[in-house]
Write a protein that binds this ligand. Structure first.
Ligand code: 6R9
Length: 654
């Protein structure tokens, strides 16, 4: 059964045996090709020579071992970190098959460690104390800042001591609602240091979304700042937190400490709304605490963080990651996918509110002792000669965008790591290893070490060779999420029941004749807007909470800039007339309830929705109407009332 996992390895070897990989500088073929699948972009020699994985042969060796002897492969890597006590046996255990009982994944169980210690103390002690850990590029040019590893450690310790003093203990949840200022990674690391479980909520989420997350994880403390500037606009984050705390109190969740950073460049403390007794200025208390702090040693399987993500129902899912496996996996994927060298300065544009900011702004790079750039706002033009590797994540990157990124941004010189992965997977799953093999624009190429992707058909049968279907993963990898917080049943139902025996990603995928993987987008009711995952159900429930909205159905449409846009069909309460004003107020409702990034691009009035006789909305038809593929509506005979389709088409541009 392992043969199919190595088929891609064989094909890379064939390409390399044909002499195609060596000695050719980066060239984008393209014009004369029969299909995009035939377009190969070769790594340039100079890059390959210095790469960590310089050839298909080296990858092949490492990949085979990672799949045939995962325990040995990952133990060797894990040994490079500091463990207070080594893990026990087995190195990992898993039940991936729901039919055999509850799904369970454990890596390095019994090993005692701390990820903050491994990010900071270990680097400070090994000679990196004065190396820059973070360069901060703020919204207002001119107030740049930086922290060395030693300074970062001190800042983290002060906050950790403060939190401990306020009663935050191992296992307690802490909600962090901060923009991309240095205090955000500092807060994450401080929680990790004392064994608290951080739950970062992207600072673009509304008060209601924040409240929903607070109610779910019941934090001891909320960390925020008074305001943030986006361009010239000031957003009063603290007021959003205030509203969220009023809301969560209604569900009986009382948070009695809100530590607020005074973000002076956005707003002075005098203008900040304040609740005595609950609110505390960060700058008034944290710097008074000692700059050293004992770490809380935790088991590899103790929780590190929760991160909420959208699913196909309205309620966001609290994806839970544990410490040891996540640490080993993010560090390793970072190192290889970016061919990391200690002299590199690494910048990832992601916000720490998303998984990419967890794994590839904070933990992965710092575990490698890297210098990172934390970036709050503006874009300026710089020379790009020093760029080595480019990365891309979050959505399919189409071949023409890929070529632009490659030719214009990277000067036809830098390999692109188009990394496929998810909040749930913790780290990269399918990714190019720059220098190792030729890339194909638009393809995430091949699996990372230890990852066994499979493509299955509707019945859950594995398909081999060239094919398309549902992307699943066979057996666990260290960075896999362990549960959905408080809802293990939903974890199993969503990810392990659709295709028993496998982890189901929710994505469609094609494997070409050379074994390259091409992600084709979500196959469930999740829309991917500029890399933000939004459940159609979330938007629908925001819309129907509007008093004049009777029913709503939301689908994704192709969007030139955002990848996908949000298209909402809305049925109004009887007797309410359509108006532009109402359209605006519906959109406003979504912005308020979820966040501005979830605002529908189009509201389509729908006197009725196409439903089956059992009352199921036929989204397939709505998607066709939304994308104006009116000749491809397909079979509408199972509709309870086929006339609604004509009605909808007539109202398309109103
Ligand atoms: C890391 C992240 C996950 C979803 C995933 C898929 C899409 C991510 C991709 C990609 C094509 C890539 N996705 N990377 N699609 N090519 N390189 O984005 O996590 O926010 O959980 O989203 O994003 O659809 O299922 P998350």
């Amino acid at each position: 059964t392992t043969t199919s996992h190595f088929s891609h390895v064989e094909s890379i070897s064939k390409l390399s045996a044909a002499g195609k990989i060596s000695g050719v500088n980066a060239v984008v073929l393209g014009e004369a090709l029969a299909s995009e699948e035939d377009e190969l972009v070769f790594p340039n020699d100079e890059f390959s020579r210095q790469a960590l994985v310089p050839s298909p042969k080296k990858y092949l060796e490492m990949y085979k071992r990672s799949v045939e002897d995962p325990a040995g492969f990952w133990s060797d890597i894990a040994s490079q970190f500091y463990w207070k006590q080594k893990w026990g046996r087995p190195v990992f255990s898993e039940n991936f098959d729901v039919r055999k009982g509850n799904v369970k994944i454990e890596w390095f169980k019994g090993g005692i460690t701390n990820i903050c210690y491994n990010c900071l103390d270990r680097n400070v002690e090994s000679g990196n104390a004065d190396k820059i850990a973070i360069y901060w590029e703020p919204n207002d040019p001119g107030s740049q800042d930086s922290l060395t590893y030693f300074q970062l450690l001190q800042r983290v310790c002060q906050l950790a001591n403060y939190l401990k003093d306020k009663g935050v203990k191992k296992g307690d949840a802490v909600v962090i609602y901060l923009p991309m200022i240095m205090e955000l990674p500092i807060a994450m690391l401080a929680c990790a240091r004392i064994g608290a479980v951080h739950s970062v909520v992207f600072a673009g989420f509304s008060a209601e979304s924040l409240a929903q997350r607070i109610v779910d994880c019941k934090p001891k403390v909320v960390l925020t700042c008074n305001a943030v500037k986006r361009g010239s606009k000031v957003i009063t984050l603290k007021e959003i937190v205030d509203a969220a705390l009023v809301e969560s109190a209604k569900s009986g969740i009382l948070v009695d400490l809100c530590l607020t950073y005074e973000n002076k460049s956005a707003m002075k403390r005098e203008s900040t709304k304040w609740r005595e007794g609950r609110d505390v200025w960060w700058q008034d208390v944290v710097p008074k605490y000692p700059t050293t702090c004992e770490v809380e040693w935790v088991d590899a399987e103790d929780p590190l963080f929760l991160l909420y993500t959208s699913g196909s129902t309205g309620k966001p899912k609290g994806v839970l990651h544990t410490t040891g496996g996540y640490m080993v996996y993010t560090a390793t994927t970072f190192k290889y996918a970016f061919d990391y060298k200690p002299s590199d300065i690494y910048w990832c544009t992601a916000d720490c509110g998303w998984i990419t900011g967890h794994s590839y702004v904070t933990y992965g790079p710092l575990l490698n002792g890297a210098t990172i750039v934390v970036f709050e706002g503006y874009v300026t033009r710089y020379p790009r000669k020093s760029l080595r590797v480019l990365g891309s994540v979050g959505e399919p990157i189409n071949p023409s965008a890929w070529r632009w990124f490659f030719n214009v941004v990277g000067g036809s010189r830098c390999p692109i790591s188009d990394t496929w992965w998810q909040t749930e997977t913790g780290g990269f799953m399918i990714t190019p290893l720059p220098g190792a093999w030729p890339q194909k624009p638009g393809s995430a190429t091949f699996p990372f070490f230890g990852v066994q992707p499979v493509i299955v058909d509707e019945k859950g049968a594995e398909i081999e060779g060239e094919c398309s279907g549902y992307l699943c993963v066979k057996s666990s990898w260290p960075g896999a999420f362990r549960t959905l917080y408080g809802d293990h049943e939903r974890y199993e139902t969503t990810y392990f029941k659709p295709f028993p025996g496998y982890y189901f990603s929710g994505d469609g995928c094609r494997r070409d004749k050379d074994g390259y993987y091409w992600l084709t987008g979500r196959v469930d009711d999740v829309i991917n807007v500029s890399g933000h995952r939004i459940g159609t159900a979330e938007v629908e429930s925001a819309l129907v909470s509007h008093p004049q909205c009777a029913e709503a159905a939301v689908v994704g449409i192709e969007h030139e800039v955002k990848g996908q846009g949000i298209y909402a069909f809305v049925t109004l309460v009887d007797g309410v007339p359509y108006s532009d004003e109402l359209r605006k107020s519906l959109i406003h409702k979504v912005r308020n309830q979820i966040g501005a990034f979830a605002a529908p691009d189009k509201v389509h009035w729908a006197p009725g929705l196409p439903k089956t006789r059992s009352g199921k909305i036929m989204r397939r038809i709505l998607r066709k109407i939304a994308s104006r593929q009116l000749n491809e509506l397909g079979d509408t005979s199972t509709l309870a009332d086929p006339n609604v389709v004509e009605q909808l088409i007539a109202l398309a541009d109103r």
